[in-house]
Design a protein around this ligand. Structure first.
Ligand code: IVH
Length: 671
């Protein structure tokens, strides 16, 4: 005999846990700490193991419980799962709206429901008397595969409906998708284990739903948004689509919060623009917008053509992935001689622009992709991110493809290419003899955070070097207005401005000058540390590797790069020429070095009201303090501005010294 008290406790635990699950996974509003949730779950598991007869399939403990299946069962959809017609332009959307109004003989604007078009897998969920009894893929629309065991592992899919107000039989349809964060995590894990990675979140979602073992699916972080109905008995469920979605929300389903109603085609267009602007910031991938005539009577009047309804359309965004061919692989030479392979592509329109090149980073990347010249590749451009080659379409490879070989000589200066054991990067050994390295060195020298020569852009540098007017950075200071004015697309006025900017750049700071020299691994922060610590260029030139390592944050590798740089006669000649051209900087104040904050490590979090974060960082570096991006036991001070978040919490947990903005400013002044 099972005591009533046990049954009651089980029931109340399940209700409570389901409620927390709903808040956490559907509403995104966790209501209790994880520890408390775990306690409830453990209590339920304990009771269920004591009374195994009371374990029911809809218990929250049973999401991953099902045994692996042997094969997928076919499921017939009572009402076919349709697909959607596409519109690829605003004009095509207008045509759709016109057809809708003509058929409805509507004189006024039609009300549309607008939803993001999720890039995932369409799934049907069947509930009998409020319990999930079956989940299926769309398949060919008429019949799909039974994937109940896998869909049960998606925490936001209710195993039991909330409340009491639901039809006996209810089929809910929606999209199962893999959030971008889960996709990155799943692929990183696959890579670490030497397994095949997924090409995109959609394939990853599909692969995860097609697992025989639900324990695998459960690790994939899938989620679902619901956007429609199938069979409902007794009908009707609602009078309009948006009303249905609201009812689905109250029954416990996740519905995309971006779902809205729009009036007429203008409203649809505004919605499209709004969501397109959000596209890259959304935590999941979408490939367009779905517009649906909201009213069910109107939907019925419009009916279907073949496999798509006349009352809905998908307005697709420009594709972020396209297929194209690699016509060649060329090698570019960077400032430090790094040789980077770049794929030349048959131009394709992707992510809103025409792309004809994609970086391949290094030879390891080419090996990882197993890329040959002539291959067809999937290229991806999302937002402002530089175009990437996602994968090679091996099925389309023809026998004429050519292997990509690392050149043995620099394509620009013909010097030997060298590669250090274990390093992915190959380098041209030509140094500043190499025209490409020279150009890049000059561009770096002129950049804002170095010598800040306004108006000396890439094109002008290329022209100056190509015409032999500038061989080293020191030659910049000997240029004349007439030489520059004679360059392509350069007028007298802009030439005068540029010469003015070059002259002004002679007044600089030691740290900027050191950074501008472009010594390998010497970024801005290191340059500043060197200037603060060694104070003069002379002491830096004569410093040994050991001396250099006394400088905060300079390790053996950086120290040896610095030493090597100053042992090259041509570098010393260039420096001498620069000084002769009149480059000067104020003496580095010795009081800086004795600042009480020297050597202390700071983390800045939240928003500071009286100075920007960059400025705060600059001022700390100037007094010899270090600034780090993450909180650890080694952090000396955490500066907490407005709305400081997880870093502040971590600092509190580690018992670190936390200062507010006022206190921080006082610390800085206190020199
Ligand atoms: S409605 C009759 N709404 O797009 C209407 N579909 O191209 C059928 N999809 O198979 C679907 N987001 O996988 C609808 N908000 C949304 C959607 C959506 C993504 C997918 C779905 C469907 C495909 C049709």
């Amino acid at each position: 005999m099972i005591p009533d008290s046990v049954k009651a406790e089980l029931a109340s635990l399940r209700i409570e846990i389901n409620e927390h699950n709903h808040r956490y996974y559907v509403m995104d509003e966790p209501s209790i700490p994880d520890a408390e949730y775990d306690r409830l779950m453990n209590q339920l598991k304990r009771l269920e193991s004591e009374w195994p007869d009371l374990v029911s399939p809809d218990s929250p403990t049973q999401r991953v419980g099902a045994a692996p299946i042997i094969s997928f069962k076919q499921v017939t959809h009572e009402i076919p799962m349709l697909s959607l017609d596409n519109a690829f332009s605003f004009e095509e959307l207008e045509d759709f709206d016109r057809r809708v109004r003509e058929r409805l003989e509507a004189s006024e604007s039609v009300t549309y429901a607008c939803e993001p078009k999720m890039d995932g897998i369409a799934v049907s969920l069947l509930y009998e008397n409020g319990a999930l009894v079956r989940a299926a893929t769309r398949g060919d629309g008429q019949s799909g595969e039974d994937i109940t065991h896998n869909v049960r592992t998606i925490k936001s899919v209710p195993l039991l409906l909330r409340g009491k107000d639901f039809p006996e039989l209810l089929e809910v349809r929606g999209e199962v998708y893999m959030p971008k964060s889960a996709f990155d995590r799943v692929n990183k894990r696959a890579e670490a284990e030497g397994l095949k990675t997924f090409v995109n979140p959609r394939n990853a979602a599909s692969g995860s739903l097609r697992q025989l073992d639900p324990r695998i699916t459960a690790t994939r972080g899938l989620d679902m948004y619901c956007y429609g109905l199938g069979i409902v008995t007794p009908a009707p469920f609602a009078d309009a689509h948006l009303e249905s979605l609201n009812k689905l929300r109250t029954l416990g389903f996740r519905v995309n919060p971006l779902t809205e109603s729009a009036c007429g085609v203008e409203g649809c267009h505004a919605y499209y623009q709004k969501v397109m602007a959000l596209r890259d910031s959304l935590p999941y991938e979408i490939d367009g917008i779905v517009f649906k005539v909201d009213n069910y009577k109107k939907q019925q009047a419009l009916g279907f053509v073949s496999r798509a309804p006349r009352w809905a359309i998908a307005h697709k965004f420009p594709a972020q992935e396209e297929l194209t061919q690699v016509v060649d692989v060329e090698f570019q030479v960077g400032r430090t001689g790094a040789i980077t392979p770049v794929a030349r592509l048959t131009p394709v329109f992707v992510g809103g622009v025409t792309v004809s090149n994609a970086t391949l980073h290094n030879m390891d990347e080419i090996r990882r992709l197993d890329l040959r010249i002539g291959d067809f590749v999937v290229i991806r451009r999302a937002g402002d991110v530089i175009p990437q080659i996602v994968n090679v379409v091996k099925e389309r490879r023809n026998p004429e493809v050519k292997e990509v070989l690392l050149p043995v000589r620099c394509p620009v200066c013909d010097s030997a290419v060298t590669q250090i054991e274990g390093e992915a990067v190959a380098r041209c050994s030509g140094g500043l003899y190499c025209q490409a390295q020279r150009k890049e060195a000059i561009k770096h020298f002129a950049s804002r955070r170095a010598m800040d020569i306004d108006g000396l852009g890439d094109k002008i540098v290329d022209a100056l070097v190509d015409q032999g007017l500038v061989k080293t950075v020191a030659d910049l200071y000997a240029l004349t207005v007439s030489q520059i004015a004679a360059l392509d697309r350069m007028g007298q006025k802009s030439a005068e401005n540029l010469i003015g900017a070059i002259q002004r750049s002679r007044q600089t700071q030691l740290a900027n000058f050191i950074y501008a020299l472009g010594i390998r691994e010497v970024g801005e922060a290191t340059a500043r540390a060197l200037a603060n610590f060694l104070k003069t260029l002379e002491s830096m030139i004569s410093a040994s590797v050991d001396d250099l390592q006394q400088v905060p944050d300079v390790g053996p590798v950086v120290a040896s790069h610095i030493e090597t740089f100053f042992r090259q006669p041509h570098n010393l000649e260039t420096i001498e020429a620069l000084l002769a051209a009149g480059i000067v900087w104020p003496e580095v104040a010795s009081s800086d070095i004795d600042h009480p904050l020297k050597g202390k490590t700071f983390v800045i979090t939240g928003t500071l009201s009286s100075l920007g974060r960059e400025e705060a960082k600059d001022r700390l570096l100037k007094v010899g303090a270090k600034v780090s991006g993450s909180v650890s036991k080694k952090t000396d001070f955490v500066v907490a501005g407005e709305a400081a978040g997880s870093k502040l919490e971590k600092a509190q947990a580690l018992n670190l010294t936390i200062v507010d903005e006022n206190c921080f400013l006082k610390m800085l002044e206190n020199s």
